[in-house]
Ligand binder design. Structure first.
Ligand code: ADP
Ligand code: MG
Length: 303
């Protein structure tokens, strides 16, 4: 029997067209694709994960690429599924990169520069005050956020003291904070697939915000990376054990080095508008993903 994989891909911002291209290229390699496998609508029965009539657990691979529509139920089934068939990304890598503290810790442990960070127990606000004295400015980050949402820049001790009651009210078990990095309000987003450099673009924060995220008013621009930036992104992806990654990098003006802000497990393809601006890495990314799926499913069939 031929190879068959399942896919769940975002459809907005040109995602539908990308999906069609991937499906076509896989077909050319005799790999059939069942698209639209949203685990949100799957059920578990007699040791199988059923999506309509499809036994998802009997497919040769599951390709999950939809950040916007993720639900807890969906992620929970993704975890179960990953125990029985290969998934891209692997669930382990997906879960790791969904968490900023876990990722920064692992990167730093492997000698990859990240902003200085601290994890504080919720009852230890004194520690936060001590760090604040040392750093002078910090960023509070929800460990599981994205799009710059919830990030709070804390400019001085007064502000920290003012914020503490609110943070305490949020009933968190811990606080994750980073030293505020002095940088030029631009970043590099470097896409890596299967350990290989795919493409890069830059983002610049809007006039009224310090965050580069498009959702925070940032804008995308064409940007060539240097070897150092590419190297750093490849290493970060490797340490995270992640097949597909979008690595966010900024230049720390005080330390005079590049630092990795985060690793994204579902980095968006260039949108049609961005392609018009010259972001031309989509085809290369598609080819590398197709190669990757081909290799991972071939290995499995041989077993
Ligand atoms: N430690 C920091 N110092 C200065 N700016 C930061 C720091 N961390 C994040 N930022 C800014 O905030 C943006 C969002 O942070 P990031 O960690 O990538 O989270 P998100 O998942 O929300 O994108 C970054 O693109 C960068 O512009
Ligand atoms: Mg980011």
């Amino acid at each position: 029997m031929g190879r068959r994989i399942g896919m769940w891909m975002y459809s907005n911002s040109g995602g539908d067209k990308i999906e069609k291209k991937i499906v076509k290229k896989l077909k050319e390699r005799d790999i059939d694709v069942i698209t639209g496998i949203n685990l949100r609508h799957a059920i578990v029965k007699k040791g199988h994960i059923l999506h309509g009539k499809t036994k998802v657990d009997e497919l040769d691979l599951f390709f999950s690429y939809n950040a916007g529509e993720q639900t807890q139920y969906q992620v929970y089934l993704y975890e179960a599924l990953s125990r029985v068939i290969p998934t891209i990304n692997s669930f382990e890598a997906f879960r790791l990169t969904e968490d900023k503290f876990q990722t920064s810790f692992l990167l730093q442990h492997h000698g990859i520069p990240t902003p200085e960070f601290q994890l504080c127990h919720r009852d230890d606000s004194k520690q936060l005050n001590r760090i604040m004295k040392k750093w002078s400015k910090m960023v509070y980050k929800p460990t599981d956020g994205w799009g710059g949402v919830g990030l709070t820049k804390i400019e001085n001790e007064e502000m920290l003291n003012m914020l503490m009651p609110f943070l305490n009210q949020m009933d968190l078990r811990f606080f994750y904070v980073e030293k505020f990095v002095k940088y030029d309000n631009t970043d590099f987003r470097v896409d890596i697939v299967d350990g290989k450099f795919v493409g890069c673009y830059g983002r610049k924060a809007g006039k009224r915000d310090w965050r580069t995220n498009v959702t925070s008013g940032g804008s995308v621009f064409k940007r060539e990376p240097n070897d150092e930036v590419v190297e750093l992104a490849i290493k970060a992806a490797e340490v995270c054990g992640i097949d597909i990654a979008g690595v966010d990098i900024i230049y720390d003006q005080e330390r005079e080095e590049y630092v990795v802000l985060e690793v994204n497990g579902i980095p968006a393809f260039a949108t049609p508008e961005q392609e018009k601006m010259g972001l031309d890495f989509n085809d290369r990314k598609i080819d590398l993903i197709v190669d990757l799926i081909d290799r991972k499913t071939r290995k499995r069939k041989k077993k």
